[in-house]
Design a protein around this ligand. Structure first.
Ligand SMILES: [Zn+2]
Ligand SMILES: [Zn+2]
Length: 267
């Protein structure tokens, strides 16, 4: 959910073929894709042909270094040379950095996440508020996630680590009393907190406008929905040794690269 720029590189390859070379091209493209998929750092690829014959191929690697290895791969280079001699009419290749990424996948809701402990998340009606009582809120609806976030932004905003978050549909959130102060965190994220006592209550990101997070610690009942996963463990404080059985996500919950604690393999 909390996502930042990374080193990923996207190759955009637009090409046009000469007449009558489709079969040999398809065969070589297939062989190249098999090699690319076996390279370290390969993330994804896609291929399209437009009505006017222009082909668009996209390929993603997780770092400039892994992209370089693909670029200089012997067989890849040989096939490119063959292509210029035998089947390309013209092409343009661009390598792009990922400045920001936002994803949506209807199927990747809580039910599709790793089976983090004991069954589906509950539907709740609950209230919470800040330390001085000036701010009060209510949350209603199905819980999407309950996590402990180790990211540096949460750590600094709350002066504590990790920070527990309950994620729900934004439509299920209501302020009952008071007006929070709002701070732009790492854009497009904003955090709402109490201007009097400083308690952090709410996290919202315009990249995920359908969701809102409230701090587990600000709920009247902090045991309402125990956390199911650690997120952003790549930013975890080194002195904190996790020994629970929660899933661990090096980055956000939707990155999907989770692993589970097992004895003798502490992070
Ligand atoms: Zn307060
Ligand atoms: Zn965070």
């Amino acid at each position: 959910m909390h996502r930042v720029q990374d080193d990923a590189r996207i190759i955009i390859f637009r090409s046009r073929l000469r007449a009558g070379v489709d079969a040999v091209y398809a065969e070589r493209a297939d062989a190249m894709l098999k090699i690319a998929e076996s390279m370290p750092g390969f993330v994804s690829s896609a291929d399209f042909v437009s009505d006017d014959g222009e082909r668009l191929a996209l390929m993603e690697f997780d770092s400039p270094e892994h992209l370089r290895k693909w670029r200089v791969h012997d067989q890849h280079r040989a096939t490119q040379a063959e292509g210029r001699a035998a089947w390309y009419d013209a092409y343009t290749l661009q390598v792009c950095a990922v400045l920001r990424e936002s994803t949506f996948d209807r199927r990747k809701d809580a039910a599709e996440l790793p089976p983090v402990n004991k069954g589906p998340l509950p539907t709740v009606t609950a209230e919470g508020g800040c330390a001085c009582g000036a701010l009060r809120y209510r949350v209603m609806g199905p819980v999407v996630a309950s996590t402990l976030c180790h990211c540096a932004d949460c750590r600094r905003a709350c002066g504590a680590t990790p920070v527990g978050w309950l994620t729900l549909a934004r439509s299920g959130f209501t302020w009952l009393a008071g007006t929070p102060k709002r701070r732009a965190s790492s854009p497009p994220v904003v955090r709402d907190f109490c201007g009097d006592c400083g308690a952090q209550l709410v996290y919202v990101s315009e990249e995920e406008p359908e969701y809102i997070d409230v701090t587990l610690g600000s709920l009247d009942d902090p045991d309402l929905v125990p956390p199911r996963a650690h997120i952003w463990t790549s930013s975890k404080a080194a002195w904190l040794h996790l020994r629970d059985e929660l899933w661990r996500f090096p980055r956000g919950l939707r990155d999907g690269k989770a692993e589970r604690y097992s004895e003798g393999r502490l992070p």
